[in-house]
Structure formats: structure tokens, C-alpha cells
Unconditional design. Sequence first.
Length: 278
Amino acid sequence: MINYNGNFKDQSLDHFNNRGFLFGDSVFETIKVVDNKIIYWEEHYLRLMSSMRILRIEIPGLYTPDFFEEEIQKTNLKIDSFFTGRVRLTIFRREGGLYLPDYNDPIFVINSQKTDQKLFNVNLQSYKVDLFKDYQIQSNLISNLKTNNRVVNVIGSIYAKENDLDNCILLNDQKFVSEFLNGNIFIVKNNHVITPPISSGCLNGIMRNKIIELINKLTNLEIEEKDFSPYELISSDEIWVSNSISGIIPVTEYRRKKFSNKVAITIINYLNKQFSIS
């Protein structure tokens, strides 16, 4: 028997026994879809399977790229035949057990939300950020995964709202810059672009990897993965947030310093050309 906010519920109801809910025993992908075309699907699928292996969740033979692509598209078609929006694909371990699971086989949930944005747009609005220093993320492999354990991100988001910020930068246990609350971080100094390495504990972001891959092909920019301290933020020309839904969000203000977005605009234009959205 479960007492849910003063009302008694049957213990057998699935959502009360969900291991993602009880223990954060779950991984997920947040995916951009344009006209029912899944953007960077192969990369999302491979990261999802890698996360399942690390968490020792069984991967059924049924879980092929084609299977999930079809399930996502079937879900989206319930909303719109030319669905554009964001999709969250969540996989959690079947209910049963306490910290030690009774089973390792998975269950998946697909949640689709429609939006109007097809292109990665350049944000020309004010975007103010600061450090969130109350808690740090661990610089280890688990922090690289998209799991349901996002408490630091939640608390940081509340802190940002309370302080009229659009986002916050997270530090790791070594006091180095790691990532934003909702994406990876890039800084630009002259034509030199820097992002923390995966060893910093940042998310192994799909968009992060696409940006690195793209800059490596450009002759006028250099990309480097290295640890850097918060002191390097203020001396940067640009600071970006990157994630699969927004692409790149240029920061306009950090600790009263204003930042440009020239390189960010260049990269956004290249990204839009890559998957030929019109």
C-alpha cells in the first residue's frame, strides 16, 4: 500500500515501482526531429546502447536502430504527419528489487513534444550566465551519461531562476569548468575554440562531438579539448552552450562582461547546412 500525498494507492501501480523513479536507474536521449526526420539518430542510438552497457541493462536483440526509429516515428505521427519537435527516449530497468535489481531487462518510454523550430537559430536575445558553486559534478565515467540522476542540474536551474540567470556553469570536483546545466560549454579566444575533455565529467554530448568534428575541418579555427579554470571564462571572446535541441546558444553576459557571437553564428550556419533543413 502506498500513501500518495494523503491518498492511498495500490502498490502494484507501475509508476510507483519504476526503478527510474525509485533509484534513478534509467538512461535517456533527448533528440531533435524535423519533419519526422530524426537528427543525428545514429549518434544518439550508439550513445544510448553504450549507456545501457555501462549500467549493465540488458540489450534485447529487438533494440536495433530501425526498431527505435520506427517507434519514434509512430509516436510522432500520432501528433503530426510532418512532426517537428523534441523527443525523449527513456530506458529503465524492469521493476523489482532494491539497489540490487531482480531483473536486468529494459522497458522504454517515448515522449514527443511538438515545436515550430526547424533550423538551429542564432539567439540574439540577452543570455546571462554565472557559476553554480554550491555543488560539483564528479569527474568520472558515470557523469558522462544521460541518466535520471540530475539533482545538481535541478538545484542549479532553481538557483538560476532565483538569480535572474538564463543558465549556470557547473564545476567538477577538481574545480575545473565542466559544462552548463543543460549542455556542454565552449569558449573562444581569438580563433581558438576550447571545450572541457570528457574526463572533466561533462556529458558526452552529441552536439559537442559534432562541433568538434566540424571545427577540425575548418582551416580558420582550431579546437582543443582541455581543462580550464573559471578564471579563463572572463578573458574569453565568446562562450557557448551546446545541445542537440538548440544547437549553439551564445552567452551575452557573464559577470557583467559582454560577449560576442561571431564564431558561434558561423558554426550554426555550418550545422544547419549539414542536415539540409529548409
